[in-house]
Ligand binder design. Structure first.
Ligand SMILES: *Cc1c(COP(=O)(O)O)cnc(C)c1O
Length: 424
């Protein structure tokens, strides 16, 4: 459930009319709801109430805005980070280092040193080569890294190929059938202490069965590793639970169903469980607010050209993602339309032949469920400035990322000396 509702015919974010934000900040603009972020975090935590002190490490990559992170830090979240930059953001937001998990296949030695010096809770390693480097970096600093191996359980998550991560042909983790040998070799390295296992099979999962298969495999591995003499303390079950994008599709499994499945599968593990939800926490907590530039005729349906584009919201172009598209002030009529941005790419298409609220030039439109993997994936393609972001809380709101002037974009480039001298 989210807090983007119509009041007197105008879509609001909590108690703030989206028309007010659009008039003040301009469009396109991302708008996030504090109450929705907090609600989703609370619902997920309550779904895990049967577990003993689980760590909910919010996947920063879903939405790394400092205000979003600070909201979640205040709610008690940890962080799952995948780069030195995300680690710095999590620390700056006040997330305790002990609640930070560092994931990702390509951590550099510099990033490892940064995380070791910060004293993070766990490194999720994705190869033995990475274990070797981390051990060397830690030993050189006189520190010890607490690690888990991310296990690739060879399970098909049944999601879009580009967000599936747990099949043997994906780049992620170590194959589960070599895990025991990898743990044995890692335990002998001086700079690391093996404390757990980790798994994350993909994103936007709409079925619990692949997760249950993966967790069951992890349970078997935990028993084997204990038999081998490893003292395990944590099991990181990743993120990936799907959220509703299309109201016409069946609802994905609820956090409560997920929590019950986890409690059943992990009942005799005796480990502290870690979770890394991203989309589930922030997906429905954001909309991309955009204005119709003009409507032009198409061969079948008209093209609604909005001032947001694929550079602002990449998911449709990247993953064929479906976003609900609604008028902020509906006229009470519907039509079928193609919704596109101004970028010079056919891929800059948000929807084709979509039944939606009828809109005309200068109407405001909201792309729903844009809080996760939205602003964070934005680029400046076509020399379009990065989209600003607004956070609403009750009747209050604040710009939490300013609109970047195009001049700043241009000024960031340098001319080489030979071109400067020529023009001087
Ligand atoms: C992206 C990612 C997540 C978060 O996935 P969601 O689908 O947003 O919940 C969690 N863990 C890892 C390792 C990831 O790469």
């Amino acid at each position: 459930m989210d807090h983007f509702l119509y009041r007197d015919g105008v879509m609001h974010a909590e108690d703030v009319a989206l028309t007010e934000i659009a008039e003040t900040v301009g469009t396109p603009v991302y708008v996030y709801s504090t109450a929705t972020i907090e609600r989703h975090f609370r619902v997920f935590r309550e779904a895990l109430a049967a577990l003993d002190d689980p760590l909910i490490a919010y996947a920063v990559k879903a939405n790394p805005n400092a205000a979003v992170l600070a909201t979640l830090a205040r709610a008690g979240a940890g962080a799952d980070v995948v780069s030195g930059g995300e680690l710095k953001r999590a620390l700056a937001a006040g997330i305790a280092p002990g609640k930070i998990v560092f994931s990702g296949v390509g951590k550099t030695a510099d990033e490892m040193a940064l995380a070791l010096n910060a004293g993070i809770g766990q490194f999720n390693l994705e190869s033995e080569e990475e274990a070797e480097t981390l051990s060397e970096v830690a030993a050189s600093l006189g520190l010890t890294a607490r690690v888990a191996f991310r296990i690739n359980p060879d399970v098909d998550a049944g999601t879009h190929a580009k967000i599936s991560t747990g099949r043997s042909e994906n780049k992620f983790g170590i194959p589960h059938d070599i895990a025991r040998a990898a743990y044995a070799r890692a335990a002998a390295r001086p700079g690391i202490v093996v404390q757990g296992v980790a798994v994350h099979i993909g994103s936007q999962l709409t079925d619990l069965a692949p997760l249950e298969r993966a967790f069951t495999r992890i349970g078997t591995l935990i028993a084997a590793l204990r038999g081998d003499g490893h003292a395990l303390a944590t099991a990181d079950l990743g993120g990936g639970l799907g959220i509703p994008y299309d109201p016409a599709r069946p609802l994905p499994p609820s956090p409560a169903d997920y929590g019950a499945m986890v409690a059943r599968i992990t009942a005799d593990w005796g480990l502290r469980l870690i979770f890394e939800p991203g989309r589930l926490i922030v997906g429905n907590a954001g909309v991309l607010l955009t204005r119709v530039i003009r409507v032009k005729p198409g061969s079948a349906s008209p093209f609604v050209i909005v001032d947001a584009a694929m550079n602002d919201l990449m998911r449709p172009a990247l993953y064929d993602a479906w976003h609900d598209i609604r008028a902020v002030v509906p006229r009470g009529e519907r039509f079928d339309a193609n919704v596109v941005g101004p970028v010079c790419e056919t891929g800059d298409t948000f929807a084709m032949e979509r039944p939606m609220d009828r809109v005309a030039a200068s109407d405001l439109v909201a792309f729903m469920t844009a809080g996760a993997y939205g602003a964070t994936m934005a680029s400046t393609y076509n020399s379009r400035a990065l989209t600003p972001e607004v956070l609403v809380s009750g009747g209050d709101w604040a710009v939490v990322r300013e609109r970047q002037p195009v001049e700043a974009l241009i000024a960031a480039d340098n001319l080489p000396h030979w071109l400067v001298e020529e023009s001087a």
